[in-house]
Structure formats: C-alpha cells, structure tokens
Design a protein. Structure first.
Length: 582
C-alpha cells in the first residue's frame, strides 16, 4: 500500500515538474517551494494509514478544492457596448492542495488563466503557483513561511484576502508569527511583499498587531456578562523614491486602535486609524495624512434587532505601489467597509456602491423584526420585516494655496459635505402564506452620483434615481421539488432608462436545478438598444461537486462585493463551471 502510494506520487511529481518547467510563469523560487510542500504530502501520505491506526492525532491528511470557469464568447453588435474579444474562449482555474499532520501544515494553489475571463485583470494571463506556504504550531506559537492572509481589526490599516469571484488576491509572501503572550493577549507580526498577478509588488510591507481580551486577562471579570476587547496595530510600507521631481516618503506608516464592548443583547465597536502622508497617483501626489473612523453598534433580542454604523474616510487609499492605478484594486493594503447593503437581486445590483477611499462620510441603519406565528402581525405562519437606510456623502473641503499647497486640502473632521454619493432605502417583507408557498416582497430606492461612482452604463448620466420593486415566490409542490419565480422592475429616468426582469427557477430533488431569465431594457431612449438580455442555466450538485452550464447575454455593469468592485463587460456566449472539494 505504502509502496504503491509512493510510486504514484513520484510519477505525479515528475509530470508536474515537466509541466511547470515549461511554464513561463513559474520561477525557480515557486518551483522549489512547490517541491518542498509536495514532498511533505508524499512523505506524510506514506505513513497516513499506519498512523491512523496508532495515533489519529498524528495522522496525515490531504484535502483541498478545485474550480474551473470557462466561457465561449460570440459577438452580437446589437448588444450595447458589446466588444469583439481577441480570443473566443476564456478560462479561470485553480487547484488548492492542503496538507495537515499534527502541528505541521502546508499547501499550494496552482492557478491557470488561458486567457483570463473578460472582466478580470488580463495581466493574469498564464499559469503558475502564486500561493504556497508551510505553517508550524508549537504550544502558543504559530509560524508561517510563504503566502498567507491576515487582518488587523476591521481592516482599516490592513487586510489581505482572496476573492475568486472578484479576481482579487493581495496575499503576502514572506513570514508571519502569531503568539499567545498571556491568557487573553494575542500578538501577531509579519513581513513580506504583496502578490500582483504572478509577480510581487515593489513595496516591502511590515506589520504588527496586539489584541487584548480583558475577561480572560482578569479573573475578577472572567464570568461577567460584559465582554471587553481592545487592540492596536501598525503597518509600514517601504518603497524606494524614484520620482525625478518630487521628494517622496520611502517609509509610510499607518496606526490603528480599536475597542469592543458587548453585554447580553447590546454591542458597540469602534476603530480609528491614522496614516502618514503618502503621495500617490490616486491622490494626485498630495502630502496630506489620512484618517479613518468606524463606529458600529447593535441590539438584538426577542425577534427584534437594530444595528447602526457610521464612518469617516479621509485620504485613506493605501497601496503597495504609489504609482498603481485604481483598476482591479491592485496592491491594496487595507480594506474600508462600505456601510451599504449588499443587494443580491439582479436589478438591485445595477447601481452598486464602491467605497471612496479619498473621502467619504456616512451612516447606515438596519432594522429587522420577526413577528411570531399566530400573532396579529405575523399571521398563521409568521412574518419577517427588514429595513435598511444608508446615506454616504463627500467631505467638506477647502483647497490649500500658498506654501502649504502640497497638502492638497483642509477638512474639518466633523464637517459633512453637501454632495450625496449614495443613498439607499429598502424594505423587505418575507411571509409564508401556506405550508408550501413562501413570498418575499421588496422595495428599494437608490440615489447614486455617477460622476463619483461611475457605475452607470450611460456615462453622461450625473445623478441616478432608481425605484426597484421585487416579488419573489417559491412553491414547494412536493418534497425536494421547488419552483421559484422572480418579477423585478427598475424605474429611472436617468442612465439608460427603466428595466423589467422575470426569472423562473426549478430545483428538482437535491441534485438538479434549472433557471431561465430575461432582462429587458424597455426604457432605453435609443430604440435599437431596447433589447432583451435572455439567459438560462442548468446545474447538477452531488456531495461537494457542483457542475453548471449557462448561456445568453450579459449586460455591461459593475460587480461589487463589500464595496470592492470590478467592471463586467457586455458579452454573449456559453459558460461552464465545475467546483469540487475533497
């Protein structure tokens, strides 16, 4: 058994070595790291069966996940903003392999973009191993070498993460340690460079963070209903000054402090961050420090909940390259929470919100209430209500002239600008009207400043006012068989006018699903652009494997997750996706 496993791994190793040696994207460093980690897999798997019988805690495990997304494009000139793509087929694929044995773990991720799907950074074209790591834990110490993701607090000064759907990955390649200094005190520190496509950014990123749990630190409040935590972090980036005209800071530091208090149904959290002056292409090379403040609080009990949030962002774009463009959020060091709702219905996503790191001020409230079954409001089966309101404005600024003009502008910390960047008001009612029928009715109002957000399809549009109505009905007519329909309407006099949409989805058993939809831009003022965006999909799921095929027209627009966005071009074609974990 062990000999067969070793021979299989050896054959795969040789084959992988040949494939990677022929890839222009895999350098010697990546290949050597992959071979080290693969050796761990091979050596560990040799003893896995024997160890499982003697000591399950020291057994070796190999697991991971895989996904491939492919699309065939064809050109339809009557689709607004349609383009002739240079290659008719695009493909994004990744394979994660992870190894665990006791305190030791490691992994690699192999990625292929041949070429990247449209809407993703075309600089990704190729194949390689942009992510590989080895981690070892010993008592209260954890050490990671290679690539890793990390976050300090809410991410105001530092957050690295991977989002396959956005095409976003700003992992650090370097070294990281985590150490539980005392019961209730955690320290973490790292150094390394960021990923940009299959390369590394020019800046060296260094960071350290400390978090305190006072209930664990002090036995006198260990069992208290009031839970208190606090933390502080620092990030520093180093990039050489190569500007022939300006004297730019080579070391830029950012600091943050945070605190959270929770008691029973109440919670409150705050974080403040400060960044030294960081002239860049994004802020037009001004020498102004950055600031960010985030406040959130909430209450939840007996089916009722409310959350409140407020923030102020001032010149807080923070990247690992001062010359990096905003496109694809390249080399972003930090993350600025949007404080706007994350809509999922298709027409409601037509005008999403992208966080404005150079300056914004806003607030949001969410209220929900679950009316009990049999109550006057809840009816026989109960009713759920949710309400959201948010308003994001610009900062009130005055331009600096004279000797201090390099600072760009002045802004009073508490002064609110007049321009509304984004406003959302939404109400959703979810009700089960019979044992087999459930309905969701929604109303959404959106105001969006297109001069700032640039989210409209018609670039001449300034401010967009949109009213959206949605009816979602699901009918479970027999066990494991559900028929669901959506009717959506978006009314606006701006941009490309009003839209209507209908969707029909059938979940057949626990394995199959079918869907067909039509988006119709009937309000477009240009007659030949009043077209239907027809589409459909079919999928199969079994265990951890999911296969889907879809086809039709895709309207141009912006796809956002948590205020981080990418542009999706108009296209027509057929796509397929396979995802699995093991």
């Amino acid at each position: 058994m062990r000999l067969e496993m070793k021979m299989s791994c050896l054959k795969l190793l040789r084959k992988t070595h040949r494939n990677f040696s022929n890839s222009s994207r895999v350098n010697d460093k990546q290949l050597k790291t992959f071979l080290v980690v693969f050796f761990l897999f091979w050596a560990g798997s040799s003893f896995a069966q024997e160890e499982e019988e003697s000591d399950p805690q020291e057994a070796s495990y190999i697991h991971g996940d895989f996904q491939t997304d492919a699309q065939y494009y064809f050109y339809e000139p009557k689709v607004p903003r349609a383009e002739k793509f240079p290659q008719k087929v695009g493909n994004n694929t990744y394979l994660n392999l992870l190894y665990d044995r006791g305190n030791l773990s490691g992994g690699v991720r192999f990625e292929v973009y041949q070429p990247p799907l449209q809407g993703y950074d075309q600089g990704l074209k190729g194949a390689g191993i942009p992510f590989r790591f080895i981690n070892y834990k010993w008592k209260e110490l954890s050490v990671t070498l290679g690539n890793f993701y990390e976050q300090f607090g809410s991410g105001l000064i530092y957050r690295s993460y991977w989002d396959w759907g956005l095409g976003f990955d700003n992992s650090i390649d370097g070294a990281r340690i985590r150490y539980n200094l005392l019961e209730g005190i955690q320290v973490k520190a790292f150094v390394g460079k960021q990923r940009i496509n299959f390369e590394q950014g020019p800046a060296l990123i260094r960071g350290a963070d400390m978090e305190f749990s006072f209930n664990e630190l002090f036995s006198s409040i260990e069992t208290s209903a009031t839970k208190i935590t606090a933390g502080a972090g620092v990030i520093s980036k180093y990039q050489e000054d190569e500007d022939p005209q300006l004297r730019l800071p080579e070391n830029v530091a950012a600091f943050s402090g945070r605190a959270k208090i929770a008691r029973n149904a109440f919670s409150f959290e705050t974080e403040y961050a400060y960044k030294a002056n960081d002239p860049s292409a994004i802020n037009k090379k001004i020498y102004r420090p950055g600031q960010a403040l985030l406040l959130t609080g909430g209450f939840s009990a007996n089916g009722f909940g409310i959350s409140l949030g407020a923030k102020r962002i001032d010149n807080f774009d923070f990247r690992g390259d001062r010359e990096s463009p905003a496109a694809f959020n390249r080399l972003a060091i930090n993350y600025l929470p949007p404080l706007t709702p994350q809509h999922t219905y298709r027409l409601a996503t037509l005008y999403p919100y992208a966080t404005q790191p150079l300056g914004e001020m806003g607030a949001q409230t969410d209220i929900f209430y679950n009316a009990k079954e049999g109550s006057l409001i809840g009816g026989k089966y109960g009713t759920s209500f949710s309400f959201n309101y948010c308003n994001i404005k610009g900062l009130k600024t005055t331009k600096v002239i004279g000797q201090d003009s390099a600072k760009g502008y002045n802004s009073n910390f508490l002064s609110l600008g007049k321009n509304t960047y984004y406003q959302n008001l939404s109400l959703e009612i979810s009700k089960k009207i019979s044992p087999t029928v459930k309905t969701i009715v929604s109303y959404i109002f959106i105001e969006a400043d297109n001069q700032v957000l640039q989210q409209a399809l018609n670039l001449s549009a300034k401010t967009i006012y949109a009213h959206i109505g949605i009816i979602d009905v699901a009918w479970k007519f027999k066990p494991k068989h559900t028929l669901r329909t959506e009717l959506q309407h978006l009314q606006t006099d701006q941009d490309n006018g009003s839209w209507a949409m209908a969707l029909l989805e059938y979940q057949m058993g626990s394995h199959y699903f079918f869907a067909i939809y039509d988006e119709y831009n009937y309000g477009n003022k240009i007659e030949n652009q009043k077209i239907h965006y027809l589409g459909g999909s079919v999928g199969y799921t079994k265990g951890t494997v999911r296969v889907s095929i879809s086809g039709g027209r895709q309207r141009a627009g912006v796809f956002c997750v948590g205020g981080v966005c990418r542009f999706v071009p108009a296209s027509s074609g057929v796509s397929a996706s396979i995802a699995a974990s093991f």
